[in-house]
Design a binder for this molecule. Structure first.
Ligand code: SF4
Length: 268
């Protein structure tokens, strides 16, 4: 029996994250400019001026790198092609500026989960800009334990094969997909266990299912390992009998391991 979703997954636009990233760069740039003016304030001591100068150099370097990174992200998204030159700056833009982006979002009263969903969309699009041809065993699918029916007595976090595939939750369907594609699969209770799976299996890529918060931190922790994120649905509240769109999981798996018919994968 298939478990159906009670409501449709909301598509979050990538431009929310990119817009906030641009605002963050502008804010950091203006701050660097204001501090630069402070250096020439005759009332400041030499030590203070040196400290301010160090901050200006740090901020300016970050803004320039993140600006390059943002350009790299835009080129990657528009051309569906990743350029090696932009890899480092893109990391600065996506990871170091992330707390600033969340802070700005709070200021504009934008829900943090919406921003994180947007970040996941940007990340996924960037992962898809590279073509993969992995063997099934090089791909790890990580799913959260909250997908399991809360009344189920079988312990799947230790051993996912303990699932009896009774159809009361989507774990059975996930196992079917795992067996069909012969990929590795692990059930994680949090970031520590997810990191352990990555360390033990040493995958070349990951398909991760989780909430926006865990996916965001997982993607950032795993850099430079490519991670395609699939957000779960939480109709019964956080961490309780959560659901998942199997089609999206299957598409993500096929993106990494499918034979490239016609030269390009058909993921969207
Ligand atoms: S499908 Fe598996 S995990 Fe889900 S309730 Fe049934 S036995 Fe438990």
């Amino acid at each position: 029996m298939k478990v159906s979703l009670p409501y449709i997954h909301t598509y979050v636009r990538k431009r929310l994250f990119l817009g906030l990233l641009a605002c963050s760069l502008l804010t950091a740039g203006l701050l660097a400019y204001a501090l630069w003016h402070l250096i020439f304030n005759p009332g400041e001591s030499v030590i203070n001026q040196t400290l301010v100068l160090a901050m200006v150099v740090f901020l300016s370097t970050s803004v320039v790198l993140a600006g390059l990174g943002m350009a790299g992200i835009l080129v990657t998204l528009l051309a569906s092609k990743r350029l090696f030159f932009f890899q480092g700056p893109m990391r600065v833009a996506l990871n170091i500026f992330f707390p600033v982006i969340i802070g700005l979002g709070r200021l504009f009263k934008i829900d943090a989960d919406r921003i994180k969903s947007s970040f996941i969309e940007v990340n996924n699009q960037m992962v898809k800009a590279v073509q993969y041809r992995l063997a099934p065993e090089q791909l790890l699918v990580l799913v959260p334990h909250c997908l399991q029916n809360s009344d189920c007595p079988h312990k799947i976090t230790v051993e996912i094969n303990n699932c009896r595939r009774c159809g009361k939750c989507c774990v059975g369907d996930l196992l079917e997909i795992r067996d069909r594609y012969r990929v590795k699969m692990g059930v994680a209770t949090g970031g520590t266990l997810a990191r352990k799976y990555v360390k033990d299996y040493r995958p070349r890529a990951v398909v991760a299912v989780a909430c926006e918060r865990d996916l965001t931190s997982g993607i950032q922790d795993s850099t430079p390992l490519p991670v395609l994120g699939v957000t779960n649905e939480r109709p019964f509240g956080p961490c309780n009998n959560t659901l998942i769109d199997m089609v999206r999981v299957e598409k993500a798996i096929k993106f990494f391991i499918a034979e490239k018919a016609g030269g390009k994968n058909s993921t969207s």
